[in-house]
Design a protein around this ligand. Structure first.
Ligand SMILES: [Zn+2]
Length: 274
């Protein structure tokens, strides 16, 4: 009886939260996505205003360190254009890609960019959860015989949603080496989605938070249709205590920063849940 009550209350809170967030998200995101922090180098050009009917956007590259770059793509959600971050990690043997761009055409631009900028092969792709801003280009990776790795939960959800096939090795192998770099994945619990993982680069102390982590100027939690607003806070706290020496934190959308992005995400959750 008590359990039932608690569960019902949680569901009500989630519903209220979703309505609230949807409103804020639709009204608030446009401003947030056009801002650029001064410490970022954007290649080939800086972002201009994104309007509701903007023409297709091109992939952009942001260098974090010599060997780690953000690939920034653009996609549509509820009729508006938003930016999305993935990573390209350079190693002695080739490159590792974390998440695909948001569209197939920008995935082609990613392949082209990796070839011309770095002259390296792609060793494998890791997808951090089963949503199209992470997986829109998966088929193109498979067509090129590039392995696509995920957890088994992401693999199952991706299959159900028709987002493509992934090899679920990341439950067994949470550290994957690629030449002189290694890539660690960590599942902290249900936050933005039931399967969201973060990626830790121990060589460069860069943490890719993906959609579990919000940008510092985010005023809302973004797309929460698969989120667990009550568990999310604990998930972020687990990441914070596991990677206290992260020097750079990259969110799924918006500008990269430091560990305060995790604390900002917790603040957003606390103000939504209370
Ligand atoms: Zn997502």
């Amino acid at each position: 009886m008590v359990m039932w009550f608690v569960k019902t209350k949680a569901i009500q809170i989630s519903f209220l939260g979703i309505y609230f967030l949807l409103g804020v998200f639709v009204s608030g995101c446009q401003r947030q996505i056009v801002s650029e922090s001064p410490n970022q180098v954007t290649f080939p050009g800086s972002i201009t205003k994104l309007s509701e009917n903007s023409s297709p956007q091109h992939l952009e590259w942001i260098k974090i360190k010599e060997t780690v770059w953000i690939h920034k793509s653009f996609g549509n959600f509820l009729g508006k254009t938003y930016e999305s971050n993935g990573l390209v990690v350079l190693s002695s043997r080739g490159v590792v890609v974390i998440d695909t761009p948001w569209t197939e055409s920008q995935t082609e631009e990613l392949f082209e960019g990796i070839k011309t900028k770095f002259q390296k092969e792609i060793l494998f792709l890791i997808v951090t959860h089963a949503h199209d801003d992470r997986m829109a280009g998966v088929t193109q990776f498979q067509n090129r015989n590039i392995p696509v790795y995920s957890t088994s939960l992401t693999s199952k959800l991706a299959k159900e949603k028709g987002l493509g096939k992934t090899n679920p090795i990341l439950d067994l192998q949470t550290r994957v080496s690629a030449g002189n770099v290694s890539v660690e994945i960590f599942f902290p619990g249900h936050g933005h989605s039931p399967d969201n993982i973060v990626v830790w680069l121990p060589n460069t102390h860069i943490l890719f938070g993906g959609c579990l982590v919000k940008a510092i100027d985010a005023t809302d939690l973004g797309n929460v249709k698969d989120a667990n607003l009550l568990e999310w806070e604990n998930a972020v706290k687990r990441v914070l205590s596991r990677y206290p020496d992260a020097e750079v934190v990259v969110p799924g959308h918006g500008n990269w920063g430091k560990l305060d992005l995790l604390r900002h995400t917790i603040r957003l959750l606390v103000s939504t849940n209370h």
